[in-house]
Design a protein around this ligand. Structure first.
Ligand SMILES: Nc1ncnc2c1ncn2[C@@H]1O[C@H](COP(=O)(O)OP(=O)(O)O)[C@@H](O)[C@H]1O
Ligand SMILES: [Mg+2]
Length: 280
């Protein structure tokens, strides 16, 4: 399905992700604190939707809930999450396994932490393939090599490297290869460039844009940086204190924010300047 830019419900296209009144709490000792409150939004195929907010606003908690990896101390209190129409809030780990990696996958901030230091990176990409397919070893390897090529790495060379032999940017590309290798329809990317230097950041953002164009994968792009929203996102959800305070077309929200929190966030980061810098 070609990307049509700002698809909406009236077009008849079904959302790949549908979140309805989602609330998540942490329990610490005998205290319960709400991290995500009453969130509702949708993502359509091929869209890049950003979640923008400062540290502590609930972005990572949302990302982990959407991929079934909420911390032990957190639980979904109410609401619904549907991925490709399937309700996921009640799924146990066994039921998540065929979904995670295959339908929805994730990219985290620290690529080195995501990779196992003692396994060759090719093996780690291949493991994702094997978890979802009963294919011959040669086909698993070919698929892993193709994903490494898709993320613009020298696949044959990188395949047998260990994570410590790679740069941070190369590690993040390997993590992205793991995320795309089973062709999921949705990728949750939590601050995927925050740990990288600015040149590498730009390269990884370009790669995400290219993958969306080529594969029509939808992205939920979690970031504290409005410049990244400006550069990549079609729509943005602005989060503060676990709630969405404003959502809409990314260019419209960044150029004329309607909520005081969004205005303060943009002013405090001097981000309109940065956003211009990043705009292509
Ligand atoms: N493991 C945890 N235990 C208790 N509280 C947590 C935990 N992780 C996050 N929180 C709380 O949940 C809220 C949202 O955090 P988080 O989702 O990490 O925000 P963000 O990713 O936007 O920085 C914060 O108030 C944070 O203190
Ligand atoms: Mg976070």
């Amino acid at each position: 399905m070609p990307y049509s830019g700002g698809v909406n419900a009236s077009s008849g296209i079904l959302p790949i992700l549908s979140v309805n009144k989602l609330s998540i709490s942490f329990e610490t000792g005998d205290r319960e604190s709400a991290a995500v409150q009453d969130l509702s939004f949708e993502i359509f195929p091929g869209e890049i939707v950003a979640v923008l907010g400062e540290s502590g606003s609930g972005k990572t908690t949302l990302g982990t809930a959407l991929t079934g990896v909420l911390p032990e101390s957190a639980s979904i209190r109410s609401g619904s999450v549907r991925i490709a129409g399937e309700e996921t809030t009640q799924l146990d780990e066994k039921s998540w396994q065929p979904i995670r990696g295959q339908l929805v996958s994730m990219i985290w901030q620290e690529p080195r932490i995501a990779l196992n230091p003692v396994l060759r990176v090719g093996t780690q990409v291949e493991e994702v393939v094997r978890a979802h397919n009963r294919w011959a070893a040669s086909k698993c390897k070919e698929t892993a090599l193709a994903a490494l090529t898709d993320v613009q790495l020298d696949a044959a060379k990188i395949y047998s490297a260990f994570p410590h032999e790679l740069s941070g940017g190369q590690c993040q590309r390997v993590a992205i290869a793991q995320a795309i290798v089973c062709r999921p329809q949705l990728i949750i990317a939590d601050e995927p460039t925050s740990a990288l230097d600015s040149t590498t950041q730009a390269e990884i953002l370009d790669l995400i844009a290219k993958l969306r164009e080529q594969t029509q994968t939808a992205f939920l792009l979690i970031t504290h940086n409005p410049a990244i929203v400006s550069r990549l996102a079609d729509r943005v959800l602005v989060m503060n204190g676990g709630k969405i305070v404003e959502q809409g077309n990314a260019t419209a929200v960044l150029s004329s924010p309607s909520h005081p929190y969004t205005r303060a966030l943009l002013e405090s980061r001097g981000s309109l300047l940065q956003a211009t810098e990043y705009r292509q």
